[in-house]
Design a protein around this ligand. Structure first.
Ligand SMILES: Cc1cc2nc3c(=O)[nH]c(=O)nc-3n(C[C@H](O)[C@H](O)[C@H](O)COP(=O)(O)OP(=O)(O)OC[C@H]3O[C@@H](n4cnc5c(N)ncnc54)[C@H](O)[C@@H]3O)c2cc1C
Length: 320
């Protein structure tokens, strides 16, 4: 049996941000992840500059390609709305690997299946034992599944279905475009060119509304690709995307059994307007670490519910 103070299930931005702070405070921490890093994560990789501040570093410290976004071309009901801003894009395969290396804690390759409470400790798959247990395993986090009553089920209206593809290709259009509510999509589609010749395109929408319209995210994807080709954004179909479901912000989970925490997507913290979840994952990871260090309940209500205000404000006065 491997014994430790803290086990974090999931080494995404939530888990690694939490691990870094706990390690800094001298705690014995281990991360369990079912994947081996660097691992792929479906995501546009859009991040707001505040992430670097929260991580106690500056953008220049980031060792991989960091794409600076100066302007976003929003399209609302076919009306173009170019907006000045100050945001970044990363490749998640690189960003998450960087964060986990920075945390400096052991990452064990293990898919968590069963969790039992034994007196004041938690036992995972009869192999790991800890005092504090952090659920950072994303939408289907096993910690959440083990401890959250079905009465606290996540609301169906918050469920997002998203598909995405990141590939190398010519970038005839060099700036980021976002199409809201196009062709009846209950969400938005994006085209995000990144440094190094990468292009990230994707589309996300509310699953309940898609079902009510008797349409699917893949039908919207096919229309989106045709449009990108017709408008000169792409020269060919990049092939099928991969898909993932997650939840937009709903009542954050703050009450779990003693010394158990849910953070990031496991807590359902992505912003209501853009579905931005990386920053919330980092903030909740830091907050869970502080809650353990200060022996107090976790507080997730301070985490922003919307991305647009920050994104628009950054166009007026760039964040320092
Ligand atoms: C298509 C798409 C595009 C997106 N675009 C953006 C964007 O541009 N900007 C943004 O801010 N957010 C975006 N998001 C949301 C963002 O990706 C998530 O909110 C963020 O990754 C949450 O981080 P996390 O650490 O909570 O979980 P994750 O990053 O999902 O990490 C969870 C980890 O847990 C591990 N795990 C899961 N189950 C187990 C298990 N049983 N045992 C062990 N390990 C396990 C996984 O392997 C994974 O490494 C997007 C999401 C999607 C689907």
């Amino acid at each position: 049996m491997i014994q430790t103070d803290v086990i974090i299930v999931g080494g995404g931005p939530a888990g690694s941000a939490c691990a870094a702070l706990l390690k800094k405070k001298g705690m014995d921490v281990k991360i369990l992840d079912k994947q081996v890093f660097p691992r792929k994560k479906l995501c546009a990789g859009w991040i707001s500059p505040g992430i670097f501040t929260d991580l106690g570093c500056i953008p220049d410290d980031y060792p991989h390609a960091l794409t600076r976004i100066h302007r976003i071309h929003f399209h609302l009901f076919k009306i173009p709305l170019p907006v000045k801003t100050y945001q970044y894009a990363v490749r998640r395969i690189e960003f998450d690997h960087w964060m986990i290396r920075r945390a400096g804690v052991p990452v064990l390759n293990h898919r968590v299946k069963t969790i039992q409470k034994k007196q004041h400790r938690y036992v995972i798959d009869d192999r790991f034992e800890c005092r504090y247990l952090i659920g950072a395993g994303g939408t289907h986090c096993p910690v959440r599944r083990s401890f959250v009553s079905p009465l606290l089920a996540r609301p169906d209206h918050a469920r997002i279905s998203a598909v995405e593809k990141e590939f190398l290709g010519p970038q005839p259009v060099r700036e980021c475009h976002i199409w809201y509510l196009e062709n009846g999509l209950p969400g938005y589609a994006w085209y995000l060119p990144k440094k190094g010749g990468w292009i990230n395109i994707g589309i996300g929408g509310k699953q309940l509304a898609l079902a009510a319209e008797k349409t699917t995210i893949m039908q919207h994807w096919r229309r989106f690709i045709l449009r990108l080709i017709n408008k000169g954004f792409l020269d060919q179909d990049p092939g099928d995307p991969a898909g993932h479901a997650y939840y937009l912000r709903h009542t954050p989970l703050e009450s779990l059994p003693d010394n158990v925490f849910a953070i990031g997507d496991a807590a359902g913290l992505s912003t209501l307007d853009m579905g931005e979840g990386i920053h919330a994952a980092v903030q909740s990871g830091i907050d869970a670490a502080k809650a353990i260090i200060e022996n107090r309940p976790v507080q997730l209500n301070h985490i922003a519910r919307f991305s647009l205000p920050g994104l628009l404000a950054a166009g007026i006065r760039p964040p320092t």
